[in-house]
Design a protein around this ligand. Structure first.
Ligand SMILES: O=C(CO)[C@@H](O)[C@H](O)[C@H](O)[C@H](O)COP(=O)(O)O
Ligand SMILES: [Zn+2]
Length: 197
């Protein structure tokens, strides 16, 4: 086995998956930027969630809004629902792991807020439950999925935005998700600050 060859194939596969996704995702990403920016300008906030690597992505995105992305701007309202171990363990222990995000959405979500729901399979039950809770709270959902979108694709309502990566490998989908999150940060800054380039 030639490891260098293997690494080369991972890079090529990742780059190809990203370029293939552009055609599918450019327009809905632009739509998600507008929906998120409108919510933030109206004193809304973005709640983000996901499992495993997608939990890290949810936190990564929230940190870039609360702190900064590439430009100086005022802090923006975002909360990752993946970070409070007391809340997560008490909900999972007393109820069920499927409710770890939905209970937080019911506690924190307000009409006009946005749920950023991340799942490469589209099938994580706790992310699906968070979407149902967001709809109850009159929140719009931006869903990042792959593998055809799974159950989450079926749960989305009018006004929600589905960013489904046309790929089947979890790692490749995650790599596109990170690019999408940076496009969202860049687009939000662009709309807020009126950046031309
Ligand atoms: O990062 C990885 C795999 O690359 C894993 O931690 C992965 O995120 C976990 O298996 C998740 O539980 C998968 O959940 P999902 O993306 O299907 O919703
Ligand atoms: Zn991973």
């Amino acid at each position: 086995m030639d490891l260098i060859d293997r690494v080369s194939r991972q890079f090529e596969d990742s780059a190809r998956t990203k370029l293939d996704a552009l055609e599918h995702l450019a327009a809905p990403i632009a739509g998600a930027v507008e929906v998120m920016t409108t919510s933030l300008l109206n004193n809304g906030k973005i709640l983000s969630c996901g499992n495993g690597g997608s939990a890290a992505d949810a936190q990564h995105f929230a940190a870039e809004l609360v702190n900064r992305f590439e430009l100086e701007r005022p802090p923006l309202a975002a909360v990752a629902l993946t970070t409070d171990s007391s809340t997560l363990t008490s909900i999972a222990n007393d109820y069920d792991f499927t409710q770890v995000f939905s209970k937080q959405v019911r506690a924190l979500g307000q009409p006009g807020d946005i749920l950023l729901a991340i799942s490469t399979s589209g099938n994580s039950p706790n992310v699906a439950e968070a979407i149902l809770a967001a709809h109850e709270r009159e929140m719009r959902v931006v869903a990042l999925t792959g593998k055809g979108g799974g159950r989450i694709g079926e749960l989305l309502a009018d006004g929600d935005i589905h960013l489904c990566v046309p790929a089947d490998r979890t790692a490749r989908i995650q790599e596109v998700h990170l690019l999408v999150l940076h496009c969202l940060c860049d687009g939000i800054d662009c709309l807020l600050l009126g950046v031309e380039e």
